[in-house]
Design a protein around this ligand. Structure first.
Ligand code: MN
Length: 217
C-alpha cells in the first residue's frame, strides 16, 4: 500500500488520486478547450506516484510526455457530500506535484472518445514533493507555482488564478467520490505545459513547500 507522510510525520494511505483538468483559464485556452462550466475530473492510481521525486522513467510507448505543475492537497478528514464548512476542514497537507501526461495518447483518446486512464495514470505519472502540514481550516492562501526544465522557465502561475478554489473542488468532488484520509487532489495546472525529454531535470516550486525535483530517463 502506498502511504504519504507530511511535515508533522502523519502517515496516511493513498486510496485515490483525484485530478482536476482545466482549472486555469489560460491553460484551457492553450489546450483549445472552452472555459469549463463545471470541474473536469479524472483519476490516477496510487501506483503513478513518485514520492519525493527522483528518477522518472518515461514510458516508451509515448513520444510526447508533458509536464503540468500543480498544487496538490492531501485529505486529512474526508467524507461524502461535504459542505463548505466540511471542505474547509478537509485538507491536512499541501505539496507541489507534476501531473505528467502522455499528450499524444491523450489526444488520440480525446479524438476517439476513449478514457484518459493510460495517458494520465501510467507508472511515474504523479511525482509529488514533500507534504507540508496545514492546520484544519487554515487557509492555503495564494501560492506561486514555478516549473523549470533544465534551468529554463516553463510554467509560472498563481493558485489565485484557479477557476475553482480548493474548497469548491472538495465540495464538488466529495459529492461524486467519497473522500478518505490520505486521498490526494491535483488541483490543475496553469499555462505553459510542454514536453519532457530523457535526460532533462525538472524542478517544481510552490510557495511554502519544499521543491520537487525529477530527472527523466
Ligand atoms: Mn493536470
Amino acid at each position: 500500500m502506498v502511504e504519504t507522510s507530511c511535515s508533522k510525520g502523519v502517515r496516511l494511505p493513498v486510496g485515490k488520486i483525484v485530478c482536476v483538468g482545466r482549472n486555469y483559464e489560460a491553460h484551457a485556452r492553450e489546450m483549445k478547450a472552452q472555459r469549463p462550466t463545471e470541474p473536469l475530473l479524472f483519476l490516477k492510481p496510487s501506483t503513478a506516484l513518485v514520492l519525493g521525486g527522483g528518477q522518472v522513467q518515461l514510458p516508451e510507448w509515448s513520444s510526447d510526455i508533458h509536464h503540468e505543475i500543480e498544487m496538490v492537497v492531501r485529505i486529512g478528514q474526508g467524507g461524502a457530500r461535504l459542505d463548505a464548512a466540511g471542505a474547509a476542514r478537509a485538507v491536512d497537507a499541501v505539496a507541489v506535484g507534476l501531473d505528467l501526461t502522455a499528450r499524444d495518447i491523450q489526444a488520440e483518446a480525446k479524438a476517439n472518445g476513449s478514457p484518459w486512464a493510460v495517458a494520465k495514470g501510467f507508472d511515474g505519472a504523479a511525482p509529488l514533493g514533500p507534504l507540508l502540514s496545514v492546520g484544519p481550516g487554515e487557509s492555503l492562501g495564494r501560492r506561486d507555482l514555478e516549473l523549470r526544465v533544465s534551468g529554463e522557465l516553463r510554467q509560472q502561475g498563481s493558485t489565485a488564478d484557479m477557476i475553482w478554489t480548493v474548497e469548491e473542488l472538495i465540495v464538488y468532488i466529495s459529492a461524486r467520490f467519497r473522500l478518505e484520509p490520505g486521498d490526494l487532489i491535483f488541483t490543475g495546472t496553469p499555462e505553459g505545459v510542454g514536453p519532457l525529454r530523457r535526460g532533462q531535470r525538472a524542478v517544481a516550486r510552490l510557495t511554502g513547500c519544499e521543491p520537487l525535483e525529477i530527472v527523466c530517463s
